[in-house]
Design a binder for this molecule. Sequence first.
Ligand code: AMP
Ligand code: GLY
Length: 419
Amino acid sequence: MVVVGSGGREHALCLSLDASAHVGALHCVPGNAGTAQIATNHALTMDIEGLVGLAVDLGADLVVVGPEAPLCDGLADACHAAGIACFGPVAALAHLEGSKLHAKETMEEAGVPTAAYKRLDAHSDIEAALDDFAGDPWVVKRDVLAGGKGVVVTSDRDEAKTFIELSIKSDGFVLLEAFLPGEEASMLVVMDGTAYRTLPASQDHKRAYDGDEGPNTGGMGAYCPAPVVSTSVHEKIVERIVEPMHQHLAGQDTPYRGVLFIGLMIDEHDDPYVVEFNVRFGDPECQVTLPLVKTDMYSLLHGAATDGLQNVQLELHTGTAVTVVLASEGYPAAPIKGRPLGGLEALVAQATYGQAWVNFAGVSTDESGAYIASGGRVLSCTALGSNLLATQQKAYELMNAIDLEGGYFRTDIAHRAID
Ligand code: AMP
Ligand code: GLY
């Protein structure tokens, strides 16, 4: 089988699949220095034809797609055409992440709670719209895959207006959205045409620095399960969001086969609202969610890829997982790459998957085979344990054993559940 992608999420997928009794040869495209330890990496670009050609040549029975871009470009469609099962939706459904307007329209149709919004274009009265949305603060979203850079949340009217005008100029239109107060959580729902399985909710930390300060990032750490999603909140999420979305997505010509990432805001009344949908596992949410799944990972993913999920029961481990991301100096704006990762080799030698371990992301090896940082998010230290505080400390013990010049990490991952 083949895993597509190169981040911490894909290393987490490979680790979890490597533990399955049903996986023979594991291949990763392009993978990273972590996946290389348990899978065969293939240095291909993310070109759809090349990816499917490789899967065919390898006789792969399953392609598991990590990132959204190849899904939006039709990788699942191409796999189906070649007769290979794919975990990840076809392009028409990946559009839920590819277009925020499409996601909003789908939620309206399905009656799913989300923030009110207005589509603005060159003919719109922008001042009137800014008045309508009160601006406490304003939320402006471009309708493009912008890797987290397409959203501006600001109380500065001029900044909101400028971003609206620039976005209309470049994209033709933009969304102005009501601000949802509350606490964020991420829910990963594996689904196919026959069933869905909700994985335990987690919480990401998107800002770069402690106390949720600094610029937005891809995610600086996560923990799972997130207590903000209590049993009663979970029930509301299932009833108001998961059920209607599954009904909609399972009823398409080709059902949604993969994981739906639901970005949630839980308000002060414990009511859940959808902030965004992604059509893939979250990164770093994947790193803390998969280790809590007891069900064989191949059975779960292959089941969903082949409309066999109704025959797969979800079993979970009790306990908690924490992952802390190490970022390169300058991340997210301009990460400095190429610096040595002191202590990592010794740490990897002593780390144990399922207890305390390292998820590689932007890690490569130099000519001498030594580990170097090759990305913005370099790696994450992950731990599993029964008690959240002890689990957090285990993850930080690993992190403190790694030496990267200028590298930084947040020291407060999981603070909302611990304070
Ligand atoms: P998105 O790309 O839609 O997930 O937005 C990025 C981040 O902006 C989210 O993770 C939230 O922290 C924030 N955000 C987006 N939309 C809203 C909203 N309507 N209300 C409050 N915060 C939001
Ligand atoms: N951690 C947020 C995301 O993967 O989109």
